[in-house]
Design a protein around this ligand. Sequence first.
Ligand SMILES: [Zn+2]
Length: 186
Amino acid sequence: MINNLETRYSYVSDYLFINILNTINGRNNVFTDFLEEDGLMVAWLSLMKEKGLLNSEQVEKINESSIDIKKIQLFREQCRSFFLEPETQSKFLESLASNTEKAPLFFDKEFRPTPSTGGTDGLISLIAYDMLTAHHNGLFPKIKKCKSNTCYALFVDTSGRRKWCSMEVCGNRTKARKHYAKKSSE
Ligand SMILES: [Zn+2]
Protein backbone atom coordinates (compact mmCIF):
# COMPACT_ATOMS: atom_id res chain seq x y z
CA MET A 1 0.00 0.00 0.00
CA ILE A 2 1.38 3.38 -1.05
CA ASN A 3 1.20 6.04 1.62
CA ASN A 4 0.99 9.72 0.76
CA LEU A 5 0.22 9.23 -2.90
CA GLU A 6 -1.06 12.78 -2.87
CA THR A 7 2.45 14.14 -2.22
CA ARG A 8 3.64 12.59 -5.51
CA TYR A 9 1.31 14.87 -7.38
CA SER A 10 2.28 18.49 -7.88
CA TYR A 11 -1.46 19.06 -7.42
CA VAL A 12 -4.63 16.96 -7.39
CA SER A 13 -7.23 17.96 -9.97
CA ASP A 14 -10.99 18.22 -9.37
CA TYR A 15 -11.37 16.00 -12.45
CA LEU A 16 -10.99 12.25 -12.25
CA PHE A 17 -9.60 11.85 -15.78
CA ILE A 18 -6.96 14.54 -15.27
CA ASN A 19 -5.71 12.67 -12.20
CA ILE A 20 -5.15 9.47 -14.16
CA LEU A 21 -3.39 11.43 -16.96
CA ASN A 22 -1.14 13.01 -14.32
CA THR A 23 0.19 9.71 -12.97
CA ILE A 24 3.47 10.50 -14.71
CA ASN A 25 5.71 13.34 -13.71
CA GLY A 26 9.21 14.68 -14.03
CA ARG A 27 9.75 16.40 -10.74
CA ASN A 28 13.37 17.08 -9.74
CA ASN A 29 14.38 16.02 -13.26
CA VAL A 30 13.48 12.40 -12.56
CA PHE A 31 10.78 10.82 -14.71
CA THR A 32 8.34 8.76 -12.69
CA ASP A 33 5.36 6.67 -13.71
CA PHE A 34 3.34 6.11 -10.54
CA LEU A 35 1.33 3.34 -12.19
CA GLU A 36 4.37 1.07 -12.30
CA GLU A 37 4.51 0.84 -8.53
CA ASP A 38 2.93 -2.11 -6.75
CA GLY A 39 -0.34 -1.28 -5.07
CA LEU A 40 -0.58 2.07 -6.79
CA MET A 41 -3.91 1.41 -8.45
CA VAL A 42 -5.57 0.57 -5.14
CA ALA A 43 -4.00 3.65 -3.54
CA TRP A 44 -5.10 5.81 -6.45
CA LEU A 45 -8.70 4.59 -6.17
CA SER A 46 -8.69 5.35 -2.42
CA LEU A 47 -7.30 8.82 -3.03
CA MET A 48 -10.01 9.52 -5.62
CA LYS A 49 -12.63 8.33 -3.13
CA GLU A 50 -11.13 10.52 -0.42
CA LYS A 51 -11.32 13.50 -2.79
CA GLY A 52 -14.97 12.75 -3.61
CA LEU A 53 -14.19 11.99 -7.28
CA LEU A 54 -15.31 8.36 -6.95
CA ASN A 55 -17.91 6.93 -4.60
CA SER A 56 -17.82 3.66 -2.62
CA GLU A 57 -19.97 1.75 -5.14
CA GLN A 58 -17.67 2.71 -8.01
CA VAL A 59 -14.50 1.79 -6.13
CA GLU A 60 -15.97 -1.51 -4.89
CA LYS A 61 -17.03 -2.43 -8.40
CA ILE A 62 -13.64 -1.62 -9.94
CA ASN A 63 -11.86 -3.61 -7.23
CA GLU A 64 -13.94 -6.71 -8.03
CA SER A 65 -11.55 -7.67 -10.85
CA SER A 66 -7.86 -7.15 -11.43
CA ILE A 67 -6.49 -4.17 -13.30
CA ASP A 68 -4.04 -4.58 -16.17
CA ILE A 69 -1.66 -1.67 -15.62
CA LYS A 70 -0.27 -1.93 -19.18
CA LYS A 71 -3.73 -1.28 -20.61
CA ILE A 72 -4.27 1.68 -18.30
CA GLN A 73 -0.87 3.08 -19.33
CA LEU A 74 -1.75 2.67 -23.01
CA PHE A 75 -5.11 4.39 -22.52
CA ARG A 76 -3.38 7.17 -20.57
CA GLU A 77 -0.87 7.73 -23.39
CA GLN A 78 -3.64 7.88 -26.02
CA CYS A 79 -5.49 10.48 -23.96
CA ARG A 80 -2.37 12.51 -23.23
CA SER A 81 -1.33 12.66 -26.88
CA PHE A 82 -4.85 13.77 -27.79
CA PHE A 83 -4.50 16.80 -25.52
CA LEU A 84 -0.90 17.50 -26.50
CA GLU A 85 -1.40 17.04 -30.27
CA PRO A 86 -5.17 17.24 -30.85
CA GLU A 87 -4.87 17.86 -34.60
CA THR A 88 -3.47 14.37 -35.18
CA GLN A 89 -6.24 12.57 -33.30
CA SER A 90 -9.50 12.95 -35.18
CA LYS A 91 -10.74 9.47 -34.26
CA PHE A 92 -10.03 9.89 -30.61
CA LEU A 93 -13.54 10.84 -29.49
CA GLU A 94 -15.01 7.80 -31.24
CA SER A 95 -12.50 5.53 -29.56
CA LEU A 96 -13.36 7.15 -26.24
CA ALA A 97 -17.03 6.36 -26.71
CA SER A 98 -16.22 2.75 -27.63
CA ASN A 99 -14.23 2.46 -24.39
CA THR A 100 -17.45 2.89 -22.41
CA GLU A 101 -19.05 0.02 -24.37
CA LYS A 102 -16.75 -2.68 -22.97
CA ALA A 103 -18.16 -2.09 -19.50
CA PRO A 104 -21.52 -0.32 -19.92
CA LEU A 105 -22.40 2.08 -17.15
CA PHE A 106 -25.47 1.98 -14.95
CA PHE A 107 -26.77 5.17 -13.43
CA ASP A 108 -28.21 5.46 -9.95
CA LYS A 109 -30.96 7.88 -8.84
CA GLU A 110 -28.42 10.68 -8.65
CA PHE A 111 -27.17 9.86 -12.16
CA ARG A 112 -23.84 8.58 -10.89
CA PRO A 113 -22.38 5.94 -13.21
CA THR A 114 -21.21 2.52 -12.04
CA PRO A 115 -19.64 0.15 -14.56
CA SER A 116 -21.28 -3.25 -15.17
CA THR A 117 -17.92 -4.99 -14.78
CA GLY A 118 -14.93 -4.09 -12.65
CA GLY A 119 -11.21 -4.22 -13.27
CA THR A 120 -9.52 -2.66 -16.30
CA ASP A 121 -12.62 -2.27 -18.48
CA GLY A 122 -14.69 -0.81 -15.65
CA LEU A 123 -12.05 1.75 -14.72
CA ILE A 124 -11.44 2.79 -18.34
CA SER A 125 -15.18 3.03 -18.93
CA LEU A 126 -15.61 5.39 -15.96
CA ILE A 127 -12.66 7.55 -16.97
CA ALA A 128 -13.80 7.68 -20.61
CA TYR A 129 -17.26 8.72 -19.44
CA ASP A 130 -15.72 11.44 -17.28
CA MET A 131 -13.76 12.71 -20.31
CA LEU A 132 -16.81 12.64 -22.58
CA THR A 133 -18.73 14.65 -19.97
CA ALA A 134 -15.88 17.17 -19.87
CA HIS A 135 -15.95 17.33 -23.65
CA HIS A 136 -19.71 18.01 -23.67
CA ASN A 137 -19.17 20.75 -21.11
CA GLY A 138 -16.68 22.45 -23.43
CA LEU A 139 -13.69 21.78 -21.23
CA PHE A 140 -11.30 20.25 -23.78
CA PRO A 141 -9.98 23.52 -25.26
CA LYS A 142 -9.17 24.64 -21.70
CA ILE A 143 -6.91 21.69 -20.97
CA LYS A 144 -3.27 22.72 -20.91
CA LYS A 145 0.08 21.30 -19.98
CA CYS A 146 2.02 22.94 -17.17
CA LYS A 147 4.55 25.49 -18.46
CA SER A 148 7.37 23.92 -16.51
CA ASN A 149 9.58 21.85 -18.83
CA THR A 150 10.14 19.20 -16.21
CA CYS A 151 6.46 18.82 -15.32
CA TYR A 152 4.04 16.65 -17.31
CA ALA A 153 0.91 17.68 -15.43
CA LEU A 154 -2.21 18.73 -17.31
CA PHE A 155 -4.80 21.06 -15.83
CA VAL A 156 -8.06 22.78 -16.74
CA ASP A 157 -7.47 26.48 -17.31
CA THR A 158 -10.84 28.00 -16.41
CA SER A 159 -9.57 31.60 -16.19
CA GLY A 160 -7.59 31.48 -19.45
CA ARG A 161 -4.53 32.82 -17.62
CA ARG A 162 -3.25 29.85 -15.66
CA LYS A 163 0.29 28.75 -16.59
CA TRP A 164 1.22 26.25 -13.90
CA CYS A 165 -0.38 23.10 -12.59
CA SER A 166 0.49 24.39 -9.15
CA MET A 167 1.70 27.89 -8.33
CA GLU A 168 3.37 26.56 -5.19
CA VAL A 169 5.27 23.72 -6.86
CA CYS A 170 5.95 24.74 -10.47
CA GLY A 171 5.22 28.48 -10.56
CA ASN A 172 7.46 29.48 -7.70
CA ARG A 173 10.23 27.13 -8.68
CA THR A 174 10.44 28.59 -12.20
CA LYS A 175 10.26 32.13 -10.85
CA ALA A 176 13.04 31.38 -8.38
CA ARG A 177 15.20 29.86 -11.14
CA LYS A 178 14.75 32.93 -13.34
CA HIS A 179 15.49 35.18 -10.39
CA TYR A 180 18.78 33.42 -9.64
CA ALA A 181 19.72 33.25 -13.33
CA LYS A 182 19.21 37.00 -13.57
CA LYS A 183 21.18 37.64 -10.39
CA SER A 184 24.15 35.54 -11.43
CA SER A 185 24.34 37.22 -14.83
CA GLU A 186 24.48 40.64 -13.21
ZN1 LIG B 1 3.60 21.64 -13.06
